[in-house]
Design a protein around this ligand. Structure first.
Ligand code: UD1
Length: 427
């Protein structure tokens, strides 16, 4: 297992190419299951989770061919083809490593009439149930059975039928499963209280490119006219707003300036507003967004909520940035319980953070000190990288496999803008 070693204190400056969005990629890949024609996805990030999803799809009978896998280009092109499904089962061994595997459930049952997917189980950032995914498929006529750690969904004879899905709480994954299933269901489906995250709009656009008919893209009410069949398409994955936001925090905490090439302001309104409120300059331009620090950040009050509000996936990195802010910040996490696992690690670096329930009070300190740290999830790990970049002395971040799930070539991107960072093998 690798670790990352950072000697902090360098001001970061320069251009950072923003990769394709992990969370968009993980819902675009299963779209290949919806057609017997080829789906080509461009700008896929090179990440462990994307490879893992590719393996899951291979096991279901989807062929995957990758161009641009070698060399230094960012972004890969993958052509996927599910001429026939070889299996309708997503096994425990793959699903346990990657929760997003649940996103094959809707497409497989829509295409093949039945699907069996291992239950994803607990997760480091809370319970993360899948009841909303199952309710959505039931609304399209599927029968759901749970047995021996697996969920089995079976469509009625003749396939799924359009229906009305009303989500009691906003769920990104459940909206995605519902959309993919509805695209091949008979008749009209209406999804109320749909998630509005930009990755959902990306999924809708890819489905439309495959021949689907969807109204209300980008809104909380999506109307889908189901088709008998979808066709192949060639689609480019959107830029990763969370990766971009993470590098923005790195620029801010080091007193530097980073140009986030490819980042889109419309996907990042709440993140950019947070940065601006913290006194950081944000300058959008034709190629991306320039982020520049103006001394210490000022303290903030922030609460996570579904898009367009401030994303839970940015909470940890903002918290790291605010450990060196002028004054006390108040952060509230409303999406996931137990998403403060970075707090004790940041405290080991000298941060002053108190958590009470869902709220964390972060009092800015004069300096962070390098330490050995590790995190239990992806964004928490990135918060430790952000802190380490500004800390005095050396920080070693263990369990790097979390970062490899979500940040394409992290060390390369950071060292190119002046960070003192390297990867070493553990042990
Ligand atoms: C996705 C993102 C993740 C992000 C999250 C919230 C991917 C691969 N992951 O996760 O990075 O942090 O959105 O923006 O895109 N819930 C239920 N029942 C369900 C489903 C969800 O109660 O069936 C609850 C969850 O426990 C949570 C809330 O709904 O409290 C939101 O979760 P959801 O939007 O579904 O997150 P994911 O799709 O898992």
């Amino acid at each position: 297992m690798d670790r990352i070693i950072i000697r902090g204190g360098n001001r970061l400056s320069g251009r950072v190419p923003i990769s394709g969005a992990k969370n968009a990629a993980l819902t675009l890949l299963p779209c290949a299951l919806l057609t017997d024609e080829a789906l080509t996805l461009r700008n896929l990030p090179r990440l462990a989770d994307v490879d893992g999803f590719g393996h899951l799809l291979n096991g279901l009978g989807v062929s995957t061919a990758v161009e641009g896998a070698r060399g230094n280009d960012f972004g890969r092109v993958m052509t996927l083809r599910a001429e026939q499904l070889a299996s309708t089962v997503a096994p425990y061994d793959i699903v346990r490593k990657m929760r997003a595997s649940i996103l094959v459930l809707g497409p497989i049952v829509a295409r093949a009439g039945e699907a069996t997917v291992s239950l994803p189980g607990g997760c480091a950032i809370g319970n993360r149930p899948i009841d909303l995914h199952l309710k959505a498929l039931e609304a399209l006529g599927a029968e759901i059975e749970l047995a021996a750690g697996y969920v089995r969904a079976k469509a009625p004879r003749g396939g799924l039928v359009g229906g009305r899905i009303v989500f009691p709480v906003v769920s990104v994954g459940a909206t995605e499963n519902a959309l993919m299933a509805a695209a091949l269901a008979k008749g009209e489906t209406v999804i109320e209280n749909a998630a509005r995250e930009p990755e959902i709009a990306d999924l809708c656009r890819c489905l439309v490119a495959m021949g689907a008919e969807i109204d209300g893209i980008g809104t909380e009410r999506l109307t889908i006219q189901g088709k008998d069949r979808l066709h192949g398409a060639d689609y480019r994955v959107m830029p990763d707003r969370i990766e971009a936001g993470s590098y923005a925090c790195a620029a801010a905490i080091t007193g530097g300036s980073l140009d986030l090439i490819g980042a889109r302001t419309e996907d990042m309104t709440a993140i950019l507003a947070g940065l601006t409120d913290a006194g950081i300059s944000v300058t959008p331009h034709a190629e991306g967004i320039l982020i520049a620090a103006n001394g210490r950040p000022t303290a903030l009050t922030l609460s996570t909520a579904p898009f367009p509000a401030f994303p839970t996936d940015m909470q940890a990195q903002f918290m790291a940035m605010l450990t060196l802010a002028d004054g006390a910040s108040v952060l509230t996490e409303t999406i996931f319980e137990n998403r403060y696992m970075h707090v004790p690690e940041l405290a080991r670096m000298g941060a002053d953070i108190q958590v009470r329930g869902r709220t964390a009070v972060v009092r800015g300190v004069d300096a962070l000190i390098g330490a050995e740290v590790m995190a239990t999830d992806l964004r928490a790990s990135m918060s430790l990288i952000v802190a380490a970049l500004a800390a005095e002395g050396e920080t070693q971040v263990h369990r790097v496999y979390h970062l490899d799930r979500g940040y394409e070539r992290l060390e390369e991107k950071l060292s190119a803008v002046g960070a003192d960072i390297e990867r070493a093998s553990e042990g």
